[in-house]
Design a binder for this molecule. Structure first.
Ligand code: F6P
Length: 342
């Protein structure tokens, strides 16, 4: 078993579920450290028993470590990873991750390695599943931050712009923003211009609202507003969205164009750190349990997903085929409760 990509609260709960369920069925579980990197180095995977996972259910991070490593990057790595699976006598791999980690899992499945996935990403943008491990905690962090920011924004009659995670989509910004009562939520799925935003700020201020909370997804584009140029990319070629600093650029712009004092907060990795919510612990336990059942029944190239609250099975290839955008229902809710004003 390995955990790959960005960490997410609930990874340890999933690791625990896999170990407990697999051990109960009489399997030996090996923990691979630091994602796919752990299959490329010399370091041999080490056994994980119920004793090793005692007490980790509520802990953030991942006891296995993680990394953004793509073993498909060159022929030598491709050969090394498959060779490592054989050398370590691995009958089946459980890969816990998001789009990047699971695309590697799907590739390994095509190379005849048995792989079962587990959906994890705070961004919640994997196709085929309603929810991924880590999302609920990220949403809670954002909504709690908004509760705190509301009081200070109100005391100073300020605009506070909060930048939320979400590489391509606005799931965290929309759920957390709605739960925390944000006045304006800006997500990649809804196009707005900087003129729309400025008009909304002025209209709110004119209508007597003293404080304004704006949530902006790190990937949001605002027509007419230029974010900073992101320079660095990770191993999977994704640009470093934190370098866009879209929240800071927007706050400065609002202050300059409206005269209302504005501040900005980047929640960043606070959304991924710390203890998982009970919902994430339960999701992780259900997914981990189902993943072992899939291994037990000899399946490969699949992962457990949640649909209408039930655990079902999907092909990993379908889950990673495209990014799952914010649903129409939430786009409409954002428009109605935290959209730009006419
Ligand atoms: O993919 C999850 C995610 O948290 C994104 O929301 C964010 O853009 C990115 O990872 C940050 O990655 P890193 O931890 O490498 O800075």
């Amino acid at each position: 078993m390995l955990t790959g990509g960005g960490d997410a609260p609930g990874l340890n709960a999933a690791i625990r579920a896999v170990v407990l369920r697999a051990s109960a069925l009489g399997h030996e579980v090996l923990g691979i450290t630091d994602g796919w990197a752990g299959l490329l180095g010399e370091h041999a995977p080490s056994p994980l028993t119920p004793r090793h996972v005692a007490g980790i259910l509520g802990e953030g991070g991942t006891m296995l470590g993680t990394s953004r490593t793509d073993p498909r990057k060159d022929e030598a790595s491709r050969r090394a990873v498959i060779e490592s699976v054989r050398r370590n006598d691995i009958d089946a791999l459980v890969a816990i991750g998001g789009n990047d980690t699971l695309s590697v899992a799907d590739w390994l499945h095509q190379q005849s390695v048995k792989v079962v996935g587990v959906p994890k990403t705070v961004d919640n943008d994997l196709a085929e599943t309603e929810f991924c491990i880590g999302f609920d905690t990220a949403v809670s962090v954002l909504s709690e931050a908004l509760d705190r920011l509301r009081t200070t924004a109100s005391a100073h009659h300020r605009v506070v712009v909060v930048e939320a995670m979400g590489r391509d989509t606005g799931w965290v910004a929309a759920f957390g923003g709605l739960a925390g009562g944000a006045d304006l939520i800006l997500v990649p799925e809804i196009s707005v211009t900087i003129g729309d935003v400025i008009r909304t700020m002025k209209r709110r201020r004119e209508s007597g609202v003293p404080d304004i909370l704006v949530v902006i997804s790190e990937a949001a584009e605002i027509d007419g507003l230029e974010a900073q140029t992101a320079i660095d990319r990770d191993a999977f070629g994704h640009v470093r969205l934190d370098q866009r600093a879209i929240g800071a650029v927007l706050a400065r712009h609002i202050e300059q164009r409206t005269g209302i004092e504005a501040r900005q907060v980047v929640l960043g990795h606070l959304q991924r750190g710390g203890s998982p919510t009970s919902i994430d612990r339960l999701r992780a336990t259900r997914f981990g349990n189902a993943a072992v059942d899939l291994v037990e029944s000899g399946r490969s190239g699949v992962l457990p997903v949640q649909r209408a609250g039930h655990i079902e099975v999907a092909a990993i290839a379908d889950a990673v085929r495209e990014i799952r955008r914010l649903s129409d229902e939430y786009i409409e809710l954002v428009r109605r409760f935290a959209g730009v004003l006419d």
